[in-house]
Design a protein. Structure first.
Length: 303
């Protein structure tokens, strides 16, 4: 571990005990090194291009530049210097409207938030965590929740599509052709492999779904360096039919999902939500979740 990483790990541990040690970025990354106030700050820049019609293209720009920032103990000044160097590096780089720059940073670091806002970034997504202890609210008695089956595929697809359409207004989703087929294929995979999908019904009418999984962060995946090692319950998607929102369907689904996910040896549960969504933050905070990481984005990318 180099000195910058050790300094940053110490700062993160003091900031939030739920933060794990930082993880190495992809090997194909481009280094950025700056100084601020006589202190060194580093970063690694990675470019990712998604094919039109692919699953990742539903959730963000086709071209994404991501910075793994390691300002060490240089603080906000070091982060600002890294962002300035990034902007200079991107100057003149061809990038169209379907592009973006992204950076993930601990949610409790308010000083860093001020720096990112000043550089034109906006908070797009939060990774939030929940310990197993918070009390559960079972929701209204009229709503029944059961494990979904393959015969529910079309109903589940419509609920998933409704959630994706709403997210395209307030979150990461991007309206693209072929979305329904991609979402249907994803629901099919979840039914067959994770099996942790629950369907809520109100008087026999599909009213919502919760799609979940049990996962363990591992080197090379997107959760490594975001969560402490171990087994976690993942709430992938919670979708409530538009006409059923506000009636307790989401609470009923999550009461069942949390009972199933919080097993012996599971550290807790986590999910991603969008701060700009007028429904998600209030709901998830009441469910016992709190933000750990915030994913910041600038769209389109600097050019």
């Amino acid at each position: 571990m180099n000195p910058l990483e050790a300094q940053q790990n110490a700062r993160f541990a003091a900031l939030d005990p739920q933060l794990p040690p930082i993880a190495p970025p992809p090997s194909a990354s481009e280094p950025l090194v700056v100084t601020a106030g006589g202190r060194k700050a580093g970063g690694l820049l990675t470019r990712v291009v998604h094919a039109p019609g692919s699953w990742p293209a539903l959730w963000g720009p086709l071209e994404m530049w991501d910075l793994t920032a390691v300002p060490g103990d240089s603080g906000p000044a070091g982060l600002a210097a890294l962002l300035d160097a990034w902007r200079e590096r991107m100057r003149g780089t061809p990038s169209g409207a379907d592009s973006g720059c992204s950076l993930a940073w601990p949610s409790r670091d308010a000083e860093a938030s001020a720096v990112l806002l000043a550089h034109g970034f906006a908070p797009l997504t939060c990774l939030a965590v929940r310990s197993p202890e918070p009390p559960e609210d079972a929701g209204p008695a009229r709503v029944s929740v059961r494990r979904a089956e393959e015969s529910d595929l079309e109903a589940l697809t419509e609920l998933r599509l409704a959630e994706w359409r709403y997210t395209s207004l307030v979150g990461t989703a991007v309206a693209r052709p072929g979305a329904r087929a991609l979402l249907r294929a994803e629901v099919t995979r979840s039914l067959r492999f994770s099996g942790l999908i629950w369907l809520a019904e109100d008087d026999g009418v599909p009213a919502g779904l919760a799609s979940c999984a049990l996962v363990s962060p591992a080197p090379g995946d997107s959760l490594h360096g975001r969560l402490h090692p171990g087994r976690w319950g993942y709430v992938d998607t919670l979708s409530v039919a538009p006409e059923a929102r506000g009636g307790g369907v989401g609470r009923a689904l999550m009461a069942v999902a949390h009972r199933e996910l919080v097993r012996p040896g599971v550290r807790g549960t986590f999910l991603f939500y969008h701060p700009a969504n007028p429904l998600s933050p209030v709901f998830w905070h009441r469910q016992g979740y709190r933000p750990l990481w915030t994913m910041w984005i600038r769209r389109p990318a600097w050019s």
